[in-house]
Write a protein that binds this ligand. Structure first.
Ligand code: SF4
Length: 247
């Protein structure tokens, strides 16, 4: 790997996090508890930055993903905040459509994501001025135009993707050289991790997000946390609508 490039990337990311902490005192990291988010978690907690960390506990996460919460507690003494879906909404969806109705249509899948992820995210971001994600440009076609800083018009706040320029190799170099705890699913063929019934292991050579909602077309493969009818506006360039996490 190109160490000079990696060092520059790391310095730039640390500078971004410092800037976010100063300019946006209530900023929060939306962590999916996957590798990228563990890099950011490590950087934030080691530097003792005043950036909160939360995760969307959808009720359908893998046991390995939930185990990461305990690893963070043991390693850093930090308690990740959990946002859960509203029980009545989940109950109604399951009663009307079935527990795993997300396999039946894109609409039913998006409705499940809306109940278990999008609405809890809105609560998590309420009153915030900025949020951060572990998204990277090279993760998928839906993230190819990602910038480090964007304006999330749908939620009305700044959005930072401090690892936008990082490669998968950079992420794993950081994790290994800093002994960062990570999700055991990554060693079982899961580069991208979401809810248990909607994520499968991938084969060598497949797109890193091929295991997410694998039964759908690539264009529809986002959960609504980062795609909001073209309302996610990029700051540096023209207002090209973009879709964009491990979440
Ligand atoms: S990823 Fe699957 S189980 Fe999780 S909220 Fe979306 S549709 Fe529901």
């Amino acid at each position: 790997m190109d160490n000079a490039n990696y060092d520059a990337l790391l310095s730039a990311t640390q500078a971004t996090l410092q800037r976010v902490a100063v300019e946006f005192p209530s900023a929060v990291l939306a962590s999916s508890l996957a590798a990228e988010d563990m890099v950011l978690t490590d950087l934030i907690l080691r530097a003792k930055l005043p950036i909160g960390i939360f995760t969307l506990e959808t009720g359908r996460l893998h046991a390995e993903t939930l185990a990461v919460l305990a690893s963070i507690r043991e390693t850093y003494g930090y308690e990740v905040e959990l946002f859960r879906p509203q029980a009545e909404a989940v109950e109604q969806y399951v009663q009307q459509n079935g527990l795993n109705a997300f396999y039946d249509s894109v609409d039913l899948r998006k409705e499940c994501c809306r109940i278990r992820k999008v609405e809890p995210l809105q609560r998590a971001l309420s009153g915030k001025k900025a949020w951060l994600t572990g998204q990277r440009r090279s993760q998928s076609s839906t993230r190819a135009t990602l910038d480090v800083q964007e304006y999330d018009a749908a939620h009305g706040l700044a959005k930072f993707n401090p690892l936008a320029d990082w490669s998968e190799e950079d992420v794993w170099h950081y994790i290994r050289s800093n002994k960062v705890p990570y999700n055991a699913l990554h060693d079982k063929g899961y580069p991208s991790i979401g809810c248990e019934p909607c994520t499968r292991a991938i084969q060598p050579g497949e797109d890193v997000r091929a295991g997410r909602w694998w039964w759908e077309n690539p264009e529809s493969k986002e959960c609504g946390l980062h795609v909001v009818d073209g309302k996610l506006v990029r700051i540096k360039q023209a207002t090209t609508p973009t879709t964009s996490s491990n979440l």
